[in-house]
Write a protein that binds this ligand. Structure first.
Ligand SMILES: Cc1ncc(COP(=O)(O)O)c(C=O)c1O
Length: 443
Protein backbone atom coordinates (compact mmCIF):
# COMPACT_ATOMS: atom_id res chain seq x y z
CA UNK A 1 0.00 0.00 0.00
CA UNK A 2 1.37 3.39 -0.92
CA UNK A 3 1.88 5.46 2.19
CA UNK A 4 3.51 8.53 0.69
CA UNK A 5 1.59 10.70 -1.70
CA UNK A 6 4.77 12.03 -3.29
CA UNK A 7 8.26 10.76 -3.84
CA UNK A 8 10.65 13.31 -2.34
CA UNK A 9 12.62 14.64 -5.26
CA UNK A 10 14.38 17.42 -3.36
CA UNK A 11 17.68 16.13 -2.07
CA UNK A 12 19.37 16.95 1.22
CA UNK A 13 20.58 20.49 1.74
CA UNK A 14 24.03 20.46 0.11
CA UNK A 15 27.09 20.89 2.28
CA UNK A 16 28.28 24.40 1.65
CA UNK A 17 31.76 24.59 0.24
CA UNK A 18 33.32 28.02 0.33
CA UNK A 19 32.10 29.74 -2.80
CA UNK A 20 31.62 26.24 -4.21
CA UNK A 21 29.17 25.05 -6.80
CA UNK A 22 26.70 23.80 -4.17
CA UNK A 23 26.47 27.20 -2.59
CA UNK A 24 25.90 28.86 -5.96
CA UNK A 25 23.11 26.37 -6.60
CA UNK A 26 21.26 27.02 -3.35
CA UNK A 27 21.64 30.79 -3.53
CA UNK A 28 20.26 30.76 -7.05
CA UNK A 29 17.05 29.30 -5.69
CA UNK A 30 16.95 31.01 -2.30
CA UNK A 31 14.46 33.72 -3.25
CA UNK A 32 12.22 31.44 -5.29
CA UNK A 33 12.20 28.76 -2.54
CA UNK A 34 11.50 31.38 0.13
CA UNK A 35 8.56 32.79 -1.83
CA UNK A 36 7.16 29.40 -2.80
CA UNK A 37 7.80 27.44 0.38
CA UNK A 38 8.31 29.81 3.33
CA UNK A 39 5.96 32.73 2.73
CA UNK A 40 4.92 34.60 -0.38
CA UNK A 41 5.68 37.83 1.48
CA UNK A 42 9.38 37.18 0.77
CA UNK A 43 8.74 38.74 -2.63
CA UNK A 44 8.52 42.06 -0.80
CA UNK A 45 11.37 41.50 1.64
CA UNK A 46 14.12 44.02 1.11
CA UNK A 47 17.17 41.75 1.05
CA UNK A 48 15.45 38.99 -0.89
CA UNK A 49 14.24 41.38 -3.56
CA UNK A 50 17.84 42.44 -4.03
CA UNK A 51 19.08 38.86 -4.13
CA UNK A 52 21.15 39.27 -0.97
CA UNK A 53 21.59 35.80 0.46
CA UNK A 54 23.45 35.04 3.67
CA UNK A 55 26.89 33.61 2.92
CA UNK A 56 28.96 33.67 6.10
CA UNK A 57 29.42 35.67 9.30
CA UNK A 58 32.09 36.52 11.83
CA UNK A 59 32.57 39.07 14.62
CA UNK A 60 30.30 42.06 14.00
CA UNK A 61 29.80 41.33 10.31
CA UNK A 62 27.55 39.29 8.05
CA UNK A 63 28.46 38.77 4.39
CA UNK A 64 26.16 38.08 1.46
CA UNK A 65 26.62 35.95 -1.65
CA UNK A 66 27.92 38.94 -3.62
CA UNK A 67 30.74 39.38 -1.12
CA UNK A 68 29.14 42.48 0.40
CA UNK A 69 29.80 43.08 4.10
CA UNK A 70 27.12 44.28 6.51
CA UNK A 71 27.86 45.76 9.92
CA UNK A 72 25.33 43.93 12.08
CA UNK A 73 23.46 46.41 14.27
CA UNK A 74 20.46 44.09 14.44
CA UNK A 75 22.38 41.31 16.14
CA UNK A 76 19.85 38.67 15.09
CA UNK A 77 17.28 40.38 17.38
CA UNK A 78 19.78 40.22 20.22
CA UNK A 79 21.44 36.84 19.95
CA UNK A 80 24.99 37.83 19.00
CA UNK A 81 26.22 39.39 22.26
CA UNK A 82 29.64 37.70 21.96
CA UNK A 83 29.76 38.35 18.21
CA UNK A 84 29.06 36.03 15.30
CA UNK A 85 30.75 32.64 15.58
CA UNK A 86 33.00 33.45 18.51
CA UNK A 87 36.01 31.07 18.18
CA UNK A 88 35.69 29.80 21.75
CA UNK A 89 32.02 28.90 21.33
CA UNK A 90 32.61 27.32 17.92
CA UNK A 91 35.54 25.24 19.24
CA UNK A 92 33.41 23.99 22.16
CA UNK A 93 30.55 22.97 19.88
CA UNK A 94 32.89 21.28 17.37
CA UNK A 95 34.42 19.21 20.19
CA UNK A 96 30.95 18.40 21.53
CA UNK A 97 29.86 17.14 18.11
CA UNK A 98 32.50 14.44 18.39
CA UNK A 99 31.24 13.31 21.80
CA UNK A 100 27.46 13.55 22.40
CA UNK A 101 25.08 15.80 20.42
CA UNK A 102 21.63 15.07 21.83
CA UNK A 103 21.34 13.25 25.13
CA UNK A 104 19.85 9.82 25.84
CA UNK A 105 17.37 11.42 28.29
CA UNK A 106 18.13 8.60 30.75
CA UNK A 107 21.71 8.96 31.91
CA UNK A 108 22.74 12.09 33.79
CA UNK A 109 23.39 15.00 31.46
CA UNK A 110 26.62 16.57 32.78
CA UNK A 111 26.51 19.48 30.32
CA UNK A 112 23.11 20.71 31.47
CA UNK A 113 24.00 20.19 35.13
CA UNK A 114 27.25 22.13 34.74
CA UNK A 115 25.59 24.99 32.89
CA UNK A 116 22.90 25.22 35.57
CA UNK A 117 25.63 25.52 38.20
CA UNK A 118 27.45 28.14 36.14
CA UNK A 119 24.22 30.15 35.79
CA UNK A 120 23.51 29.89 39.53
CA UNK A 121 26.96 31.36 40.19
CA UNK A 122 26.23 34.53 38.19
CA UNK A 123 22.46 34.93 38.62
CA UNK A 124 21.19 37.54 41.05
CA UNK A 125 20.20 36.58 44.60
CA UNK A 126 19.30 33.02 45.41
CA UNK A 127 18.26 31.91 41.90
CA UNK A 128 19.69 28.43 41.95
CA UNK A 129 17.69 26.00 39.80
CA UNK A 130 17.30 26.08 36.03
CA UNK A 131 15.01 24.45 33.48
CA UNK A 132 16.39 24.43 29.95
CA UNK A 133 14.25 24.83 26.84
CA UNK A 134 14.90 26.06 23.30
CA UNK A 135 13.58 29.59 22.94
CA UNK A 136 12.47 32.72 24.75
CA UNK A 137 8.81 31.92 24.24
CA UNK A 138 9.26 28.55 25.93
CA UNK A 139 11.16 30.16 28.80
CA UNK A 140 8.22 32.51 29.43
CA UNK A 141 5.71 29.70 29.02
CA UNK A 142 7.51 27.66 31.67
CA UNK A 143 7.85 30.63 34.02
CA UNK A 144 4.10 31.27 33.88
CA UNK A 145 3.36 27.61 34.59
CA UNK A 146 5.81 27.55 37.50
CA UNK A 147 4.24 30.69 39.00
CA UNK A 148 0.77 29.16 38.79
CA UNK A 149 1.95 25.83 40.17
CA UNK A 150 3.80 27.40 43.10
CA UNK A 151 1.12 29.87 44.12
CA UNK A 152 -1.94 27.83 43.17
CA UNK A 153 -3.33 31.08 41.72
CA UNK A 154 -4.20 32.08 38.18
CA UNK A 155 -3.86 35.81 37.61
CA UNK A 156 -0.75 37.13 35.84
CA UNK A 157 -0.19 40.88 35.56
CA UNK A 158 1.70 42.01 32.47
CA UNK A 159 2.19 45.35 30.74
CA UNK A 160 0.82 47.09 27.68
CA UNK A 161 3.11 46.73 24.67
CA UNK A 162 5.12 43.97 26.36
CA UNK A 163 6.57 41.26 24.12
CA UNK A 164 6.97 37.84 25.71
CA UNK A 165 6.63 35.53 22.71
CA UNK A 166 3.94 33.91 20.63
CA UNK A 167 2.89 30.55 22.10
CA UNK A 168 -0.57 30.71 23.69
CA UNK A 169 0.70 31.33 27.25
CA UNK A 170 3.48 33.75 26.31
CA UNK A 171 1.10 35.47 23.88
CA UNK A 172 -1.41 35.94 26.68
CA UNK A 173 1.30 37.93 28.48
CA UNK A 174 2.29 39.83 25.31
CA UNK A 175 0.63 43.22 25.33
CA UNK A 176 -0.17 44.13 21.75
CA UNK A 177 -3.49 43.56 20.02
CA UNK A 178 -2.07 42.92 16.57
CA UNK A 179 -0.41 39.72 17.84
CA UNK A 180 -3.18 38.74 20.26
CA UNK A 181 -6.48 39.48 18.60
CA UNK A 182 -6.41 36.91 15.75
CA UNK A 183 -5.78 34.09 18.24
CA UNK A 184 -8.37 34.85 20.90
CA UNK A 185 -9.57 33.39 23.16
CA UNK A 186 -6.16 33.36 24.85
CA UNK A 187 -5.51 32.10 28.39
CA UNK A 188 -7.76 33.59 31.03
CA UNK A 189 -6.39 35.46 34.02
CA UNK A 190 -4.03 37.87 32.22
CA UNK A 191 -4.33 41.61 32.75
CA UNK A 192 -2.22 44.38 31.25
CA UNK A 193 -1.32 47.66 32.94
CA UNK A 194 0.79 50.56 31.60
CA UNK A 195 4.55 49.91 31.63
CA UNK A 196 6.47 52.12 34.05
CA UNK A 197 3.55 52.59 36.44
CA UNK A 198 4.17 50.67 39.69
CA UNK A 199 0.94 51.97 41.26
CA UNK A 200 -1.05 50.42 38.41
CA UNK A 201 0.50 47.07 39.25
CA UNK A 202 -0.35 47.49 42.92
CA UNK A 203 -3.94 48.36 42.03
CA UNK A 204 -4.28 45.31 39.76
CA UNK A 205 -3.09 42.81 42.38
CA UNK A 206 -5.87 40.83 44.00
CA UNK A 207 -6.25 37.61 45.98
CA UNK A 208 -5.93 35.52 42.77
CA UNK A 209 -2.68 37.11 41.58
CA UNK A 210 0.13 34.63 41.04
CA UNK A 211 2.75 36.86 39.47
CA UNK A 212 3.77 40.05 37.75
CA UNK A 213 5.76 39.54 34.54
CA UNK A 214 7.98 42.34 33.22
CA UNK A 215 10.80 43.08 30.85
CA UNK A 216 13.24 45.35 32.74
CA UNK A 217 13.36 47.38 29.51
CA UNK A 218 10.63 46.82 26.93
CA UNK A 219 12.52 45.65 23.85
CA UNK A 220 10.02 44.91 21.10
CA UNK A 221 7.74 47.57 22.58
CA UNK A 222 10.20 50.13 21.15
CA UNK A 223 13.17 50.04 23.61
CA UNK A 224 11.45 51.73 26.54
CA UNK A 225 13.48 52.25 29.69
CA UNK A 226 11.11 52.65 32.66
CA UNK A 227 11.48 55.58 35.08
CA UNK A 228 14.30 55.13 37.65
CA UNK A 229 13.10 53.21 40.69
CA UNK A 230 10.28 51.41 38.82
CA UNK A 231 11.66 47.89 39.10
CA UNK A 232 12.62 48.23 42.77
CA UNK A 233 9.19 49.67 43.54
CA UNK A 234 7.50 46.74 41.78
CA UNK A 235 9.76 44.38 43.74
CA UNK A 236 8.71 45.99 47.05
CA UNK A 237 5.03 45.83 46.11
CA UNK A 238 5.14 42.20 44.98
CA UNK A 239 7.03 41.16 48.13
CA UNK A 240 4.56 43.03 50.35
CA UNK A 241 1.59 41.40 48.60
CA UNK A 242 3.10 37.90 48.39
CA UNK A 243 3.09 37.89 44.58
CA UNK A 244 5.92 36.47 42.45
CA UNK A 245 7.99 38.68 40.18
CA UNK A 246 8.97 37.11 36.85
CA UNK A 247 11.60 39.07 34.95
CA UNK A 248 11.78 38.33 31.24
CA UNK A 249 15.44 39.05 30.44
CA UNK A 250 15.30 37.15 27.16
CA UNK A 251 16.47 40.29 25.36
CA UNK A 252 18.01 42.41 28.15
CA UNK A 253 20.05 39.65 29.82
CA UNK A 254 23.64 38.53 29.39
CA UNK A 255 25.40 41.86 29.17
CA UNK A 256 23.19 43.65 26.66
CA UNK A 257 22.29 46.64 28.87
CA UNK A 258 25.70 47.14 30.51
CA UNK A 259 25.22 44.66 33.37
CA UNK A 260 25.07 40.87 33.17
CA UNK A 261 21.33 41.17 33.97
CA UNK A 262 19.34 44.38 33.53
CA UNK A 263 17.69 43.95 36.96
CA UNK A 264 21.13 44.57 38.49
CA UNK A 265 20.87 48.26 37.58
CA UNK A 266 18.41 48.55 40.46
CA UNK A 267 19.65 45.68 42.61
CA UNK A 268 16.39 43.81 42.04
CA UNK A 269 16.22 40.03 42.38
CA UNK A 270 13.24 38.36 40.68
CA UNK A 271 11.61 35.15 41.88
CA UNK A 272 11.78 33.71 38.38
CA UNK A 273 14.17 34.80 35.62
CA UNK A 274 13.77 34.01 31.89
CA UNK A 275 16.77 33.92 29.55
CA UNK A 276 17.31 32.86 25.91
CA UNK A 277 18.56 34.65 22.76
CA UNK A 278 22.25 35.37 23.52
CA UNK A 279 22.68 32.53 26.03
CA UNK A 280 24.42 30.11 23.69
CA UNK A 281 26.58 32.62 21.87
CA UNK A 282 24.41 32.80 18.76
CA UNK A 283 25.39 29.26 17.81
CA UNK A 284 22.73 26.78 19.04
CA UNK A 285 19.24 27.82 20.24
CA UNK A 286 18.61 27.62 23.98
CA UNK A 287 16.31 29.20 26.56
CA UNK A 288 15.80 28.72 30.27
CA UNK A 289 14.00 29.87 33.37
CA UNK A 290 15.54 30.00 36.81
CA UNK A 291 14.08 30.22 40.31
CA UNK A 292 14.95 29.76 43.96
CA UNK A 293 15.15 26.41 45.75
CA UNK A 294 12.00 27.32 47.67
CA UNK A 295 9.95 27.75 44.51
CA UNK A 296 11.54 24.75 42.77
CA UNK A 297 10.21 22.49 45.56
CA UNK A 298 6.90 22.30 43.69
CA UNK A 299 8.68 20.54 40.83
CA UNK A 300 10.02 17.80 43.12
CA UNK A 301 6.94 15.53 43.39
CA UNK A 302 6.75 15.21 39.60
CA UNK A 303 9.95 16.50 37.95
CA UNK A 304 8.60 15.81 34.46
CA UNK A 305 5.38 17.78 34.96
CA UNK A 306 7.06 20.36 32.72
CA UNK A 307 9.57 18.94 30.24
CA UNK A 308 11.28 19.29 26.86
CA UNK A 309 12.94 16.66 24.67
CA UNK A 310 15.55 19.00 23.24
CA UNK A 311 15.86 21.30 26.26
CA UNK A 312 19.30 21.09 27.87
CA UNK A 313 20.83 19.22 24.97
CA UNK A 314 24.63 18.88 25.16
CA UNK A 315 25.35 20.96 22.05
CA UNK A 316 23.35 23.96 23.27
CA UNK A 317 24.62 23.65 26.84
CA UNK A 318 28.24 23.44 25.73
CA UNK A 319 27.77 26.51 23.57
CA UNK A 320 26.12 28.39 26.46
CA UNK A 321 28.80 27.37 28.89
CA UNK A 322 31.51 28.74 26.59
CA UNK A 323 29.45 31.85 25.91
CA UNK A 324 29.13 32.71 29.62
CA UNK A 325 32.89 32.40 29.96
CA UNK A 326 33.46 34.71 26.99
CA UNK A 327 31.04 37.29 28.41
CA UNK A 328 33.06 37.41 31.62
CA UNK A 329 36.60 37.00 30.21
CA UNK A 330 36.07 39.80 27.71
CA UNK A 331 34.16 41.97 30.22
CA UNK A 332 31.38 42.36 27.69
CA UNK A 333 28.70 43.75 30.05
CA UNK A 334 31.05 46.63 31.00
CA UNK A 335 32.00 47.06 27.37
CA UNK A 336 28.30 47.33 26.45
CA UNK A 337 27.92 50.12 29.00
CA UNK A 338 30.86 52.12 27.61
CA UNK A 339 30.08 51.58 23.93
CA UNK A 340 26.37 52.11 24.55
CA UNK A 341 27.03 55.49 26.14
CA UNK A 342 29.19 56.47 23.19
CA UNK A 343 26.61 55.28 20.65
CA UNK A 344 23.74 57.13 22.38
CA UNK A 345 25.85 60.30 22.65
CA UNK A 346 26.66 60.23 18.92
CA UNK A 347 23.05 59.44 17.97
CA UNK A 348 21.82 62.27 20.20
CA UNK A 349 24.13 64.67 18.34
CA UNK A 350 22.53 63.46 15.10
CA UNK A 351 19.09 64.03 16.58
CA UNK A 352 20.00 67.64 17.35
CA UNK A 353 21.30 68.04 13.76
CA UNK A 354 18.36 66.31 12.08
CA UNK A 355 15.26 66.81 14.25
CA UNK A 356 13.13 66.61 11.09
CA UNK A 357 13.99 62.90 10.90
CA UNK A 358 14.92 61.68 14.39
CA UNK A 359 12.28 61.97 17.12
CA UNK A 360 14.05 60.22 19.99
CA UNK A 361 17.13 58.27 21.03
CA UNK A 362 16.85 56.03 24.09
CA UNK A 363 18.11 52.85 25.64
CA UNK A 364 20.65 51.42 27.99
CA UNK A 365 23.98 49.81 27.13
CA UNK A 366 23.82 48.42 23.62
CA UNK A 367 20.02 48.09 23.57
CA UNK A 368 19.23 51.32 21.78
CA UNK A 369 16.04 52.58 20.18
CA UNK A 370 16.19 55.16 17.39
CA UNK A 371 12.73 56.59 16.87
CA UNK A 372 11.95 58.42 13.63
CA UNK A 373 9.31 61.08 12.98
CA UNK A 374 7.24 58.63 10.91
CA UNK A 375 7.09 55.01 9.81
CA UNK A 376 7.86 56.21 6.27
CA UNK A 377 11.13 57.84 7.36
CA UNK A 378 12.04 54.75 9.40
CA UNK A 379 11.50 52.52 6.37
CA UNK A 380 13.48 54.80 4.06
CA UNK A 381 16.41 55.03 6.46
CA UNK A 382 16.40 51.29 7.18
CA UNK A 383 16.45 50.56 3.46
CA UNK A 384 19.30 52.96 2.79
CA UNK A 385 21.29 51.57 5.73
CA UNK A 386 20.91 48.15 4.16
CA UNK A 387 22.26 49.36 0.81
CA UNK A 388 25.13 51.12 2.56
CA UNK A 389 26.08 48.03 4.57
CA UNK A 390 24.42 48.37 7.99
CA UNK A 391 21.75 45.94 9.23
CA UNK A 392 18.95 47.22 11.50
CA UNK A 393 15.26 46.36 11.94
CA UNK A 394 12.13 47.85 13.42
CA UNK A 395 10.91 46.73 16.84
CA UNK A 396 7.86 44.41 16.71
CA UNK A 397 5.47 46.66 18.63
CA UNK A 398 6.67 50.11 17.53
CA UNK A 399 7.12 50.60 13.80
CA UNK A 400 8.68 54.09 13.91
CA UNK A 401 11.59 52.76 15.95
CA UNK A 402 14.61 50.76 14.87
CA UNK A 403 16.49 48.73 17.39
CA UNK A 404 20.25 49.03 17.49
CA UNK A 405 21.63 45.98 19.23
CA UNK A 406 25.00 45.06 17.76
CA UNK A 407 27.37 42.44 19.14
CA UNK A 408 28.86 43.79 22.39
CA UNK A 409 32.32 43.60 20.81
CA UNK A 410 31.55 46.54 18.50
CA UNK A 411 34.33 49.16 18.42
CA UNK A 412 34.23 52.95 18.49
CA UNK A 413 35.30 53.17 14.86
CA UNK A 414 32.51 50.79 13.82
CA UNK A 415 30.03 52.99 15.71
CA UNK A 416 31.49 56.00 13.90
CA UNK A 417 30.86 54.23 10.60
CA UNK A 418 27.16 53.82 11.50
CA UNK A 419 26.91 57.48 12.50
CA UNK A 420 28.63 58.67 9.30
CA UNK A 421 26.35 56.41 7.24
CA UNK A 422 23.22 57.78 8.91
CA UNK A 423 24.51 61.30 8.38
CA UNK A 424 25.07 60.70 4.68
CA UNK A 425 21.55 59.26 4.36
CA UNK A 426 19.99 62.32 6.05
CA UNK A 427 22.05 64.62 3.83
CA UNK A 428 20.83 62.77 0.71
CA UNK A 429 17.23 62.80 1.97
CA UNK A 430 17.48 66.58 2.23
CA UNK A 431 18.56 66.73 -1.41
CA UNK A 432 16.18 64.45 -3.32
CA UNK A 433 17.91 65.29 -6.61
CA UNK A 434 21.00 63.50 -5.31
CA UNK A 435 21.01 59.86 -6.28
CA UNK A 436 20.70 57.47 -3.39
CA UNK A 437 22.86 54.39 -2.82
CA UNK A 438 19.95 52.16 -3.85
CA UNK A 439 19.70 53.81 -7.22
CA UNK A 440 23.46 53.66 -7.63
CA UNK A 441 23.57 50.01 -6.66
CA UNK A 442 20.95 49.13 -9.24
CA UNK A 443 22.94 50.53 -12.14
C1 LIG B 1 11.55 39.91 26.04
C2 LIG B 1 11.28 38.77 25.11
N1 LIG B 1 10.69 37.68 25.60
C3 LIG B 1 10.44 36.61 24.81
C4 LIG B 1 10.76 36.63 23.47
C5 LIG B 1 10.48 35.43 22.60
O1 LIG B 1 11.69 34.80 22.31
P1 LIG B 1 11.79 33.76 21.08
O2 LIG B 1 11.63 34.53 19.83
O3 LIG B 1 13.16 33.14 21.25
O4 LIG B 1 10.73 32.75 21.29
C6 LIG B 1 11.38 37.76 22.93
C7 LIG B 1 11.71 37.82 21.50
O5 LIG B 1 11.99 38.82 20.92
C8 LIG B 1 11.64 38.85 23.77
O6 LIG B 1 12.22 39.96 23.30
Amino acid sequence: MAVYKKVGSVKQFPVVERRGRHYEEITAHALENSIEHLNHAYSKKLCGAEGAVEFRDGGVYTYDNHGKRYLDCLGGYGIFNVGHRHPKVIAAVKAQLDQVCLHSQDLLNPWAAHLARQLASIAPGELKYTFFCNSGTEAVEGAIKLARLYTGKGQIISTTNAYHGVSMGALSATGREVFRKPFEPLLTGFVHVPFGDAEAIEAAINKDTAAVILEPIQGEGGIHVPPPGYLSKVRRITKKKGVLLILDEVQTGLGRTGRMFACEHEGVVPDILCLAKALSGGVIPIGCFMATAKIWKVLEPNPTIHNSTFGGNPLACTAASACLEVLMEEHLPARAAVMGNYFVRRLSELRRQYPQYIADVRGRGLLIGLEFQSKKVREAVQEELFYRGVLVAATMNANRTIRIEPPLIITESQINFVIDTLKSIFEDMGQPQKKKAKAKAKK
